[in-house]
Design a protein around this ligand. Structure first.
Ligand code: MN
Ligand code: MG
Length: 343
């Protein structure tokens, strides 16, 4: 399961309009997460980045309340309730600077991975890069088979950020970081994951889908899927839905089935609008595991009927509760007068 581009939309509430909005909210996506956990024997949950900036709750924390040592950011509080297995970083995680970002990450009860963000200059070879984050994690996941037997599958999760953060957040990052081409980083690190025993390799790609391969490309998920050893790709960043019509007619993309270069892939909209789901059927293959078949789906939290948005799920109370105080404070923040005019 993937959430992506949450942008601090924990609640189904539009702070700019100051009213509820049924098209958004991780608290709603959480209801789909719960139902999938109930229906699937084995499940994992990842976030694909861009969780930290994008609405007044995020701005209120960054510009008004701040992050003291030990504070937990509201979006991370909500994510901790949901029990993520892993997350990668999106470009917007860098908007408030590196110090702020690392204070936020420290509050998470799950690991972050990013294979193409370096502290200094790029090394001659990607595997010698001095990275800020772990490039990947290998999670030993106990799974149940069809007849109830238990097995351990080592699930490798590797993350990527668009290299363009060096331009978009140059005031924070120039002299403090560098980024490597996504496909180049994957080509270097995935073989090491396999050497370390990853049975299945899943990419957390905060990057969209584009048909033209260019150096340091922003939306590299199609070509990332072509890297040998990668079994599935979670995408994001473009705030679109995959499988879906937006991506029809691109070479290497099956926009109906939800594959990139034949590998299962998904993009779960934005602000919690969809849960991205990749369902892998895996089979023992000697000492390893292989993916036999896969289906992908972006499951929406609302539908559009007669020009109106109708929710398909109710909010999960525990997620709503986790940000209750910050929600109230954000309402006070957006409702505060900024000035007066007689005209
Ligand atoms: Mn985004
Ligand atoms: Mg993004």
């Amino acid at each position: 399961m993937e959430t992506t581009d949450i942008h601090v939309a924990v609640l189904p509430y539009d702070y700019y309009a100051d009213r509820p909005n049924d098209t958004m909210g991780l608290a709603r996506t959480a209801a789909i997460i719960e139902s999938i956990r109930a229906e699937a024997t084995n499940a994992m949950l990842v976030d694909n980045g861009d969780f930290l900036q994008g609405n007044p709750m995020g701005d209120w924390i960054a510009y008004e309340r701040g992050m003291k040592e030990g504070d937990v950011h509201p979006v991370v509080k909500a994510m901790n309730v949901l029990g993520y297995d892993c997350s990668t970083l999106g470009n917007h995680e860098f908007n408030y600077g590196l110090d702020f970002m690392f204070k936020v990450l420290a509050g998470a009860s799950f690991p972050f991975v990013c294979a193409n963000l370096t502290k200094g200059q790029l090394a001659a070879s990607a595997r010698d890069d001095d990275l800020y984050m772990a490039p990947y994690v290998i999670v030993p996941k106990t799974v149940k088979d069809g007849s109830g037997g238990e097995h351990q599958v080592n699930v490798g999760l590797i993350g990527f950020v668009p290299p363009q953060i060096m331009v978009w957040d140059s005031r924070h990052l120039t002299g403090n970081a560098n980024t490597r081409d996504i496909v180049e980083a994957a080509t270097a690190w995935v073989p090491q994951m396999k050497e370390e025993g990853a049975d299945i390799v899943v990419a957390l790609s905060h990057s969209g889908i584009d048909s033209n391969r260019t150096e340091r490309m922003e939306n590299a998920s199609l070509f990332l899927a072509g890297v040998e050893g990668i079994d599935a790709v979670f995408t994001g960043h473009q705030h679109l839905v995959f499988p879906g019509k937006s991506y029809e007619g691109i070479d290497g993309v099956d926009a109906g089935k939800g594959t990139l270069m034949g590998k299962p892939a998904v993009m779960g909209g934005f602000w919690g609008s969809h849960l991205g789901l990749i369902d892998l059927l895996i089979e023992r293959d000697g000492n390893a595991w292989k993916v036999v078949s896969a289906t992908t789906e972006a499951r929406p939290i609302y539908e559009r009927v007669d020009g109106k948005n109708r929710p398909l799920v109710e909010s999960v109370a525990a997620v709503e509760e986790s940000v209750k105080d910050e929600h109230e404070a954000t309402l006070a923040y957006v409702r505060a007068p900024v000035g007066e005019t007689s005209a």
